[in-house]
Design a protein around this ligand. Structure first.
Ligand code: ADP
Ligand code: AMP
Length: 207
């Protein structure tokens, strides 16, 4: 089975499409953001180290991320990487322990991601992702899946979103050319409803 990287700015919809792809295609979904948030919630040494970077919208150091991901790679199952790699050093590091077969770049404008992030809400218990405008929960403030309370991520507040976007442009956007040069990049227009994004990505995966 293939190892796939989902690339795109914060708020592009990586986590949303990844959750469904994992269910329907059987990928192991590896979201470094989710993994780090769990470490922070459990107040582990890794969580303590990551917390400040995350609150500021900066990247957690490459070595920390690479050693976290390396432990999860299972050669038997296709992996869907979400939010990783985020730097050229991470992409090069990844190649030392896993092959990348395909990279899907979710293309969406800055205005749209800012809009999406300001209305994103997440379940503080299970991590499910909602949107007040495009994907509201059935009951206000309550997770459809586990009944947990929905919250706004601290790093979805406007000042931090601006920094995260800057960091994305400087450190992560060069990955587009990096994977394009290797013939691995597929661009998907992601400024359309989740169902259409999912179908477009599914088509690429089946090709
Ligand atoms: P990422 O993982 O790339 O940061 P998310 O999957 O968390 O992005 O999506 C960001 C926000 O946008 C969430 O509130 C989500 O519900 C919403 N969203 C995701 N995909 C779409 C889409 N195709 N159209 C509109 N809103 C979307
Ligand atoms: P995300 O959930 O993908 O938006 O990530 C939230 C935050 O976690 C980021 O702003 C970073 O601080 C940190 N993070 C997640 N993935 C990585 C990564 N691959 N490299 C460095 N930092 C990361």
């Amino acid at each position: 089975m293939k190892n796939v990287v989902l690339l795109g700015p914060p708020g592009a919809g990586k986590g949303t499409v990844a959750a469904r792809l994992a269910r329907e295609f059987g990928f192991l979904h590896v979201s470094t953001g989710d993994l780090l948030r769990e470490e922070v919630a459990r107040n582990t040494p890794l969580g303590q180290l990551a917390k400040g970077y995350m609150e500021r919208g900066e990247l957690v150091p490459d070595e920390v991320i690479l050693s976290m991901v390396r432990q999860l790679v299972d050669a038997k199952k296709g992996i869907l990487f979400d939010g990783f790699p985020r730097t050229l050093a991470q992409a090069e590091g990844l190649e030392r322990f896993a092959e990348v077969d395909l990279v899907i770049f979710l293309e969406v404008s800055r205005e749209e991601v800012v809009r999406r992030l300001s209305s994103r809400r997440v379940c503080s218990r299970c991590g499910a992702v909602y949107n007040l405008v495009t994907k509201p929960p059935k009951a206000e403030g309550i997770c459809d899946l586990c009944g947990g309370p929905l919250v706004q991520r601290e790093d979805d507040k406007p000042e931090v979103v601006a920094r995260r976007f800057e960091v994305y442009m400087k450190d992560s956007a060069p990955l587009i050319a990096y994977y394009e040069k290797r013939g691995l990049l597929q661009r998907i227009k992601a400024d359309r409803p989740p169902e259409e994004v999912f179908q477009a990505v599914s088509e690429v995966l089946r090709a």
